[in-house]
Write a protein that binds this ligand. Structure first.
Ligand SMILES: Nc1ncnc2[nH]cnc12
Ligand SMILES: [Zn+2]
Length: 352
C-alpha cells in the first residue's frame, strides 16, 4: 500500500475524467465541442491558469443532477483510496453551477451523498470546502454564502479560487468575515500565479488557516520566516504547477527548498483529471524528480494530517498519524528491479 495521506487541495470538478464527461454528456443530452475522449485529452495543453480554467468551466456543462455530482465524487474517492488517501478535504465551486441554473442544493446534496458513504465504501473520511470564484464580484460570493446557509451542516470551510492575478484576497474581506461568524474554517488560493503579497493578504485580511499553493512565498524571505514561525500549512500541487507552467519542469520545483526552510508543506493533486495524476502520483513524481527520501515523504504525509481540519475528531487524526509513523518503506535493495520499493505488490500505475 502507498503511504497513508490526506488530500487537502482537490477541486472535485477537476476530477472529471474524459470518459465520465462523455457518459454524463450522453445521459444529459449535452453536446460537447470534442468528437471523443482523445480529442478532449488533446486539448489539455495548457499555457497558464486561465487556459485551463476556460476548459474546466466549459466541461462542467455535463454536471446537472444530484446523481451526476454523487458519481463524480464517488469516482474520485475510489481513485484516491487506491493511492493511499485516508482523508480528503474537497473543494467545490458552487457559482460555476448556480450560474448555469443548477441549484446549490443539487450540488451539495449530490456531493454529500457520496461523502456520506465514503468511509464505508472507500475507507476515506471527508470534509467539504466551498470555494468562491475570485474573478466574480464580492457581492456574488456573499450571495453564495447566503444560499449555502441551509447546507452548512455539510460544509466545513470556505476557500477562494479561479483567476488569481488582479483579484487579490482583500476583495473578499467581507465574505470571509461573514464565513468566520458562521463558524466556517478559512483557506484561500494565494501565490499560485499571484505574488507573495497575496499570501500576506490572505493571512492578514482573510484570516486563512492554510494557504493553497503558496508557491511564490520563497520570493519573500520575511514571509517565509513568518509562515515557519506560525506553522501555516501550504497545500502544494507539483504536477499542477508543471501543467499550468508555474514551474518549467518538475525538477525545478521549489518543494525541497521550501521543506528545508522549515515550511509546513503538503503535496496534493489540485485537478487530477487534467494535470496527469492523483495524490499518490504527485508523491511518486516528487520522489523521483526531486530526489526526496523516505523520511521527507513521511514528513509530507504527517503534515497532511496535522494540517487537516480534524479538530472535531482528534482520535481519528491520532490514528492516521500513527499509521504514517508505522509505515514501512520497503528497503530498496530487497525489491526486484522494476518494482516500486514502497509497494509490496506490483502495481499497474505509479501511485505513492
Ligand atoms: N489550480 C487552480 N487555481 C485556481 N483556481 C482553480 N480552480 C480549479 N483549479 C484551480
Ligand atoms: Zn486549486
Amino acid at each position: 500500500m502507498p503511504i497513508p495521506k490526506a488530500e487537502l487541495h482537490l477541486h472535485i470538478e477537476g476530477t472529471l475524467e474524459p470518459e465520465l464527461a462523455f457518459a454524463l454528456a450522453a445521459r444529459n443530452g449535452v453536446e460537447l465541442p470534442f468528437a471523443d475522449t482523445g480529442e478532449l485529452r488533446a486539448a489539455y495543453a495548457f499555457t497558464d491558469l486561465q487556459s485551463f480554467l476556460d476548459l474546466y468551466y466549459g466541461l462542467m456543462a455535463v454536471l446537472r443532477t444530484e446523481e451526476d455530482f454523487a458519481e463524480l465524487a464517488d469516482a474520485y474517492l475510489a481513485r484516491a483510496a487506491a493511492q493511499g488517501v485516508r482523508h480528503a478535504e474537497i473543494f467545490f465551486d458552487p457559482q460555476a453551477h448556480t450560474a448555469r441554473g443548477v441549484p446549490m442544493g443539487t450540488v451539495v446534496e449530490g456531493l454529500g451523498r457520496a461523502l456520506e458513504r465514503s468511509e464505508e465504501r472507500h475507507g476515506v473520511s471527508t470534509r467539504l470546502i466551498m470555494c468562491f470564484l475570485r474573478d466574480e464580484p464580492a457581492e456574488s460570493a456573499l450571495a453564495t454564502l447566503r444560499e449555502a446557509e441551509p447546507y452548512l451542516h455539510r460544509i466545513t470551510g470556505v476557500g477562494l479560487d479561479s483567476a488569481e492575478v488582479g483579484n487579490p484576497p482583500s476583495k473578499f474581506r467581507e465574505v470571509y468575515e461573514a464565513a468566520a461568524a458562521l463558524g466556517l474554517r478559512r483557506v484561500a488560493h494565494a501565490g499560485e500565479e499571484g505574488p507573495a503579497a497575496y499570501v500576506r493578504e490572505a493571512l492578514d485580511v482573510l484570516g486563512v488557516e492554510r494557504v493553497d499553493h503558496g508557491l511564490r512565498v520563497m520570493e519573500d524571505p520575511g514571509l517565509v520566516e513568518r509562515l515557519v514561525r506560525e506553522r501555516v500549512p501550504l497545500t502544494l500541487c507539483p504536477l499542477s504547477n508543471v501543467r499550468l507552467r508555474a514551474v518549467d519542469v518538475l525538477a525545478e520545483h521549489p518543494l525541497p527548498r521550501m521543506m528545508a526552510a522549515g515550511l509546513m508543506c503538503t503535496v496534493n493533486s489540485d485537478d487530477p483529471a487534467y494535470f496527469g495524476g492523483y495524490a499518490g502520483d504527485n508523491f511518486t513524481a516528487v520522489r523521483r524528480e526531486l530526489d526526496l527520501g523516505d523520511e521527507q515523504l513521511r514528513e509530507l504525509a504527517r503534515n497532511s494530517f496535522l494540517a487537516s481540519f480534524l479538530e472535531d475528531d482528534e482520535e481519528r487524526r491520532a490514528r492516521y498519524l500513527a499509521e504514517v509513523e508505522a509505515y514501512d518503506f520497503a528497503p530498496t535493495a530487497a525489491v526486484p528491479a522494476g518494482r516500486d520499493p514502497e509497494d509490496p505488490v506490483p502495481a499497474p500505475a505509479a501511485s505513492r
